[in-house]
Design a protein around this ligand. Sequence first.
Ligand code: HEM
Length: 493
Amino acid sequence: MDILQLLSLLVLLSVAVLFIQYYKRRWPVANFPPGPTGWPFIGTIHSIRNEVFIRTIADKLIPRYGNVFSLMQDVPLLIVTGYDAINKVLQSNKGFDFASRKEPMYLLQLHNPNKLGVFLADYSERWQQQRTFAHMTLRGFGFGKTSFEGKITDEVSLLSSHLKDLARVPQDLSTPIYSGVASVMCDTFLGCHYDHNDIEFQHILHILESSFEIYGSKKSVLLDFVPISRPFLKQHAQKIIDMAEEWYAFLMTKISEHQKSFVTDSEPRDFIDCYLAKSLEEPDIFTIEDLKYVLSDLFLGSTETTVNTLKFALLYMVMNPDVQEKVHQESMRVVGPSRLPCLEDRDKLPYTAATIYEIQRLSSVSAYIVRCATVDTTLDGYSIPRGTNVICNTWSLHHDPNIWPDPERFDPSRHLNDKGEMVMSPHVLNFGAGRRVCMGEALAKMELFLFFSSLMHRFKFELPPGREPPSLDSAPGFTGSPFPFEVIIEERL
Ligand code: HEM
């Protein structure tokens, strides 16, 4: 055998070993859910043709492999579709079996290597302690109760006066909506009452918006899922690190300002004060480092999702002027022209509530829920080893023709019963369910109701004449958001 033959044999052997290793990782146990086999190094990344990948995958692969199938990225990943299978993931064994988040997370390792905080933390006692404390504290502030209402209505009034000045000129309302929602969060979490033109406030908005843009980009998806891409995307990874450092430095400045002015046993001014008081009681669990990540989760979890839902709300209203008119008329009848709707009116405005619900169903801003198996378990008869990542495809649940007749039709009345009351459906899972259900659901619902009902009460929104109707699809990104669009605003009152 000459040297060339020997080299060829070595190359062949190496390729064979690579393939064997890959297939062993691809199929970690017998009876693992089916799916495309994929290739070493790139797995099945080629199934992800664009960022709205869940939809693309669902359309292509469900007919072939069923409601529970697997893909190969750096580790095997399950895509779960349909109410029964999703419900099992979120609720089986009291929600314990799939109560962790995605593993391993390259992007996460870049900025939160110890998986601190709430959103991305593994299922653990520490996560439970942080979550319980944050949840109780926010409830104490009055999330979901009327005592919190004032903070939101102040922002609604500011937004309304701003819109009044913009009347009859085509406008993209993304920035005013973002400012209004972010301002409520700054007040609650940091105790900062910013003017919207304040440089620090603008800086926060800039970081929040660019974080979502960069995390939702194609390059970030590649970095996270395809290890072989990482040497080629070092600059992008550095951008993520720089942005995270800037964000955490900002949060640390706010925490140190609070530490300097913190007075034990006095009334807490905001979330940071409550956490500092708790850290005096249990310093090993409630550390400043944990606080930084919890704060970040609250901010990032609350702004983009709420803002994008409100942007979709506006879009669906200009595309469905008859529904917009009905919402306005309901408000006029129940609330009257002399004031704006308040939380007490919520139950008396069922058509408005059903409209918000329909907007959430169709827009599905959190198109999927990411979980990870905490133990070796089973799903739909398949064996699932501990550590398997699972994506619950809530977008297709919200668009399933077997559940929603004519699913793409915008029809709030599908959520009303014979008595005209709004009825929630178990098939709408915008906030997830089970042990990791959204911690801010009550606040989000309050904000959506107050912002939306007040805008519909006071203004009429229309498409600028002669323009192409905007797309109702989601733009690529971390959470679904409409493509940019403009509206004409007319003050009604
Ligand atoms: C329309 C607005 C919102 C939507 C659509 C939304 C959606 C979601 C979803 C789908 C999850 C994952 C649930 C699961 O795994 O079962 C989640 C988790 C979470 N959300 Fe929200 N959310 C919204 C608003 C908020 C707000 C206002 C806050 C903050 C106060 C917040 C904080 C969180 C946190 C901290 C988690 C992680 C919970 C955990 O892992 O234990 N969210 N959210």
